[in-house]
Ligand binder design. Structure first.
Ligand SMILES: Cc1cc2nc3c(=O)[nH]c(=O)nc-3n(C[C@H](O)[C@H](O)[C@H](O)COP(=O)(O)OP(=O)(O)OC[C@H]3O[C@@H](n4cnc5c(N)ncnc54)[C@H](O)[C@@H]3O)c2cc1C
Ligand code: FES
Length: 214
């Protein structure tokens, strides 16, 4: 959770995934898009200005297995790039967005050994034309596990494809958050085990447990 300094008059923190971390330097980086006031304020901060962080919070992805399939939509790339960097085993990232401009990072910028990146844009401006779910049917049969983060509509479709192919899958959910520590219940989502808090029980859940609204 990222808190803005008090002078911005913005009280509630905003949740972000860790994009990369350098444990020796004690640094983490986030990759974010401007959606509203909080992210606009964050984007407008001067370089070197202090930001208070609380985290890491909740439950992340399980350890990567060889031949894992990572699926990211837009800034959903952040936690998957972090996950991909945790190993040098062979793995494939399917990375999609509406347009090339929304593919915020190139495979070269990720610079991760043994990572195959398949890009897709809905308008065909970079990579394959279409959505990540157009690409998955060709890749799921050889995959041992799937990990995904992105817009809810994409996650619902990816969940269906993974379950149908019999590939174990985990998805990272997004919801608006207030406390970030499990107290306010503002981030509850429906699962097969009842309501669960994204900030504390997630944000990563086994795909089969998440009940998406139609
Ligand atoms: C676990 C988690 C990890 C996240 N990781 C990242 C990340 O790595 N990079 C990134 O750019 N964003 C990430 N987000 C989303 C990010 O937290 C929101 O974009 C941010 O809080 C918006 O704040 P704001 O003040 O700019 O927008 P607001 O003014 O609060 O809202 C602007 C608009 O965005 C919508 N919105 C706000 N929050 C969300 C949300 N969580 N999901 C869907 N719609 C929302 C609102 O309904 C509104 O329409 C993550 C969210 C969660 C829960
Ligand atoms: S944000 Fe308060 S319970 Fe999750």
């Amino acid at each position: 959770m990222t808190y803005m300094p008090p002078e911005y008059g913005h009280l509630l923190p905003r949740p972000f995934s860790i994009f990369s971390a350098d444990r020796e330097k004690g640094e983490v980086s986030i990759l974010f898009e401007v959606r509203g006031r909080g992210t606009a304020l964050l984007a407008g901060m001067r370089q070197g200005a202090p930001v208070k962080l609380l985290g890491p919070l909740g439950a992340g992805f399980p350890a990567l297995q060889p031949d894992s399939l990572l699926v990211a939509g837009g800034v959903g790339l952040a936690p998957l790039a972090f996950l991909a960097a945790s190993t040098e085993q062979r793995r494939t990232l399917v990375y999609g967005a509406r347009t090339a401009k929304q593919l915020v990072c190139s495979p070269a910028e990720l610079g991760l050994p043994n990572l195959t990146v398949v890009e897709a844009t809905e308008d065909g401006s970079r990579g394959k034309r279409g959505t990540v779910t157009d690409i998955l049917p060709g890749l799921l049969p050889g995959s041992r596990a799937l990990f995904a983060c992105g817009p809810q509509r994409m996650l619902a479709a990816v969940k269906g494809q993974a379950l149908q192919a019999g590939v174990p899958a985990w998805i990272s959910l997004e919801e608006r958050m207030a406390c970030g520590i499990g107290a306010c219940l503002g981030c509850a989502v429906q699962t097969s085990g009842g309501y669960r808090r994204i900030c504390r029980d997630g944000p990563v859940f086994p795909a089969g447990e998440v009940l998406f609204n139609d």
